[in-house]
Design a protein around this ligand. Structure first.
Ligand code: SAM
Length: 347
């Protein structure tokens, strides 16, 4: 194997951005990629055995004040049918999830101005009061450090905020000028400093991305040391400016899952919905590349289609319960099992 690959496996890091770029280039060799994947799976099993953690995803609002160019629910998209779940509807999703055995709920949404600190704190209180043993993850975009503090104090345990790309110029290609990479990175640092289990992450194959941009993502992740990393392929949405762009590749996404498992061995790494959207066996392949988390959608069936970030999003037409059974079977066919524990980050 190339010296660089051996060194990466041994040290869980490389010296600089250029070395990460070279690593990605070397992974074009199928034998090298397979070698790395095997090491990623070995590490995953060393820390987590055959367990796959499961999180119940509740997409509770698709209103958004931002206009990220890739995203189907960006505020410029007049065709998006907007919805916002009430606190009662959200609690009903949790109730359903709890009965199925879920012990982590993820509340995700656009940056909805209606979701003030007061309302969100109230919601966090209600969920934690009803399900004190559950871990609660929020994923509602950028907020002030004071806001993060209030949410943490209210009982939120984890926060997902993908950095999307760690390269300044590339960030500018994906977002309007009013959005800024330093602000996004600062939010992630603030979350960590407040004791949230923090998730960063990026899309693979977003327009303008090369190995050079991905290399910077790896440099940033190593420095930030997030407890979770969300990686999924970019998939175009027909009502965005990127509608004609090709989707990110399954193969490269899988390689990056393996690279991130080696970079941050104990990280909680989901096999994402976007991966499952690219191909029917995408999520299983993600788990076999080093991922150890799945996040089935437990939102009400009728709102799932409206939370349309990209085309043909795996909508799981079945009820949460049926989807859960199917997922359980498919995880078992690849030799793993679903763990119903909260699945906190290892420290
Ligand atoms: N508003 C919150 C935020 O910014 O973190 C959470 C919701 S946002 C819609 C969730 C994630 O969806 C983003 O972090 C982005 O990576 C992903 N996403 C959006 N559009 C996508 C697309 N076209 N293809 C793949 N993933 C996409």
């Amino acid at each position: 194997m190339p010296e660089l690959v051996e060194r990466f496996i041994r040290n869980h890091k490389l010296d600089d951005r250029e070395e990460y770029r070279k690593l990605l280039e070397q992974l074009e060799e199928p034998e090298t990629a397979e070698y790395l994947r095997t090491e990623a799976v070995r590490l995953r099993e060393q820390y987590y055995g055959k367990k796959i953690y499961i999180r119940g995803l509740i997409e509770f609002t698709n209103y958004c004040r931002n206009s990220c160019y890739y995203c189907g629910i960006n505020r410029e998209n007049q065709k998006a049918v907007r919805y916002r779940l009430s606190a009662e509807e959200i609690l009903a999703c949790c109730e359903n999830g709890w009965r199925l055995g879920f012990r982590t709920f993820v509340l995700q949404g656009g940056e909805d101005p209606w979701i003030t600190d007061k309302r969100l704190v109230q919601l966090v209180h209600s969920v934690k009061e009803a399900y004190p043993e559950c871990a609660l993850t929020l994923s509602v975009g950028e907020r002030s450090i004071d806001s993060f503090y209030r949410l943490r104090k209210a009982g939120a345990d984890r926060y997902l905020l993908r950095h999307e790309t760690a390269d300044e110029v590339h960030y500018g290609r994906l977002h309007p000028a009013c959005m800024s990479l330093p602000v996004r990175k600062q939010c992630l640092r603030n979350l960590k400093s407040l004791g949230f289990q923090t998730g960063a992450g990026f899309m693979v194959g977003s327009p303008g991305q090369t190995y050079w941009e991905l290399a910077e993502d790896l440099v940033f992740l190593k420095e930030l040391q997030p407890e979770m990393v969300g990686i999924g392929p970019f998939i175009p949405h027909h009502d965005t400016r990127f509608c004609e762009e090709p989707a990110g590749s399954m193969e490269l996404t899988l390689k990056l899952l393996s690279v991130v498992r080696i970079l941050l061995p104990t990280v909680l790494l989901p096999a994402t919905t976007a991966l499952g959207t690219l191909s029917a066996d995408g999520r299983e392949r993600g788990l076999m590349a080093g991922a150890n988390v799945v996040m089935p959608n437990i939102s009400p069936k009728n709102s799932r289609k409206q939370y349309s970030l990209y085309d043909n999003k795996l909508c799981e037409n079945e009820e949460a319960g049926e989807g859960f059974e199917a997922l359980k079977r498919c995880v078992e066919t690849i030799g793993y099992y679903l763990s119903m524990e909260r699945g906190d980050a290892l420290v």
